[in-house]
Design a protein around this ligand. Sequence first.
Ligand code: ZN
Length: 179
Amino acid sequence: MKELLKSSLPFRIGEGYDLHRLSMGRRLILGGVEIEYECGLYGHSDADCLTHAIMNAVIGALGLGDIGLHFPDTDPIYEGISSIELAGKTYRMMDDAGYMIGNIDCTVQAQAPKLAKYKSAMEEKLASVYRCGADQINIKATTGEHIGIIGRGEAIAARAVCLLIKKPDNLNQKGATLV
Ligand SMILES: [Zn+2]
């Protein structure tokens, strides 16, 4: 019954946060895009903290727990996997639940490198995964003001919010009314 009630909501909001530490000898991947830098994020997968934050926002909006529940980092199947591939699985969770992206807004917090020139590519990559327009995804970047683990260049963090909209054809199919 709880699932049924959830699925009748016209809008659902979710938030997500993720942080990974920087490590030498790793590629830096953010939003599915490789960024030129001297080191990359350390983690079980490709450690793409922006994509992970967005996945957590989408899973959260669906009321289905979090990324660790669906893609545990103890599972060898996810070792070194592209986070964009995992994000595709969260797209399918959203689609199966009858929702589509309204918009996603996110912030990457990194002391370095500068991300401005990669933003469009990241927005387009994420839009292709979530099958929405690049104008429905907005990526902002900020630094760590040279303090704390981010400011010292030891880690990169990202947070995201997303709004999901019930797909109109589902509303028609189920004859649901807006709550
Ligand atoms: Zn992560």
